[in-house]
Ligand binder design. Sequence first.
Ligand code: NA7
Length: 576
Amino acid sequence: MKQTKEQSVVSQADTETDYDAIVVGAGFAGLYALHSLRDKVGLSVKGIEKADDVGGTWYWNRYPGAQCDSQSFIYCYSFSDEIREEWDLERRFPKQSEVLDNLRFVADKLDLRRDIQFGTAVTAATFNEEDGHWEVSTDTEETISAQFLISGTGGLSEPYIPDFDGIDDFEGFSTHSARWPKETVEFADKRVAVIGTGSTGIQIIQEVAKSDPEQLSVFQRTPNYATPKRDRRLDEMEEAEIRANQDEILEKAHNTGSGYPFDSSYETAEEMTMEEVEEILEPRWQEGGFQFFTAFDDLRENEETAEKVSEFVRRKIREQVDDEATADKLVPTDHYIGTKRPPQFTDYYEQFNKEHVSLVDVTEKPIERITATGIQTTDRHHEFDMIIYATGFDAVTGALRKIDIQGRDGLTLEEKWAGGPESYLGLSMHGFPNLFTITGPQSPSLLSNVPVPIEHHVEWITNAVEYMIDEGHRLIEPTKKAEKAWGIHNRKEADKTLYKTTDSYYLGTNVPDKPNVFMLYAGGVDSYHDIILEVAKKGYEGFELTDSIQNLGKSGDTPELSVLNETTTESVSSDD
Ligand code: NA7
């Protein structure tokens, strides 16, 4: 339905748009944004979702064994007590179906579906410079306009499959893990290949290995440091205890660097002997979950600590694998633990002790091509009935770059991000007025328990929109200078860490021809949240707010950014 100036609560609108806001995606981010902007601010909001249901990443990643690596009581919305209280927690770590059901429950509870157009992919978004609004095109041949465009497209939603020769020749069953069919897939008596040993590959491998395949071959390029999950059903007592403390737990999670409610126990392992380190890590290994990573405060920054923790996990891997040659291949030696997203396992390593499970090291024997009946490596042909590509994602920027986004002055996102993502606060971009990116590049996002920064972003965007309405502004856009300062601050935070010492999707190295820059904010969820709140408190420092498109980009020199540290601001000035 067309919103007129009178109908719209965005009172400064001087043109007709179909909606006040369009929200792309109906996962954790999109659902909350739709609810918040519609029910809190009173905007007319249209959600657009490619899938035929809500859920986002939890809709698509329905592969066998798919499970969350965050505990159920923190992998959830915190904004509604009612939603939390009405939802039963089944397991310590929710399976994919449990997270998906929770999001379906939320969508129903908040009556969100009526404003979401499912089965529709956004293909392009163009900023109409004359009227100062966004025009969004879809694969259903529609064009919908709105004053605000909010992306909730997620950091892991654009699957990546290597461009293997002959990939379409394979005559058996093949799929990427994030495009798993809804029908049950049987593995019994099948010869199955899994390519990739990241978090997804590990979950699939341990599931397929137990499903009586004739043979399971794991194609591994880089071994990972997987740590135990130790999932279990929650009994009534445990659930009651969690319930009694959940507010506090969530409050804590929202105020740590990781978005998890865990404190580090020791500053560093630098001066410790390996025996001392083992004593500290062993109970955490037994406990399971990401608490393991909080033993030492400087794990992400100090090579000595990182090496000791890595060595502990290497030993643990060896203990689980009978065959020494296979263990050698499964033990990572080329990077430190935690420098890429650490996977969790249930019984991954012990699967390699089974007769029917084998490991193919593709660094020794690379994949040459996919054939009609299997995989040709440099040394031989492997026959398969099924090939599963657990080869990851064009992470962080992939989903947004897939949309043909054009901002002011004909600038496209593709051009803007040609050398890697640029943003202000990971939330907005110079040249792209009124576009907000929930957990966008250069925000903490995938470095954390993602529902936490999602809530921070949605609430920040909601407040910004309310502020604009109250102050009579129609457009918001960060200045070039603010964006540059944020880029420098981001690099400085990343440079303090070990993240850049290894290839990972954080750096875009997993996708050929992608710019290799660290794409996430490494300074921590808590510090990041303080910064964005401070920006808002200071009247949206670093942003231009105006009621007229003609005024955008013309405000000349903008004041120094007091919210970022001195050094960052100084280097921006001198770079200019
Ligand atoms: P990841 O963590 O990016 O893992 C992808 C895996 O696929 C990884 O082992 C890659 O090896 C492997 N890969 C990619 N390309 C190839 C080729 N060409 N040949 C062989 N192996 C290849 O993605 P996941 O889906 O496992 O996890 C993504 C997120 O989902 C995770 O972080 C959680 O948040 C849930 P590589 O390490 O690049 O050598």
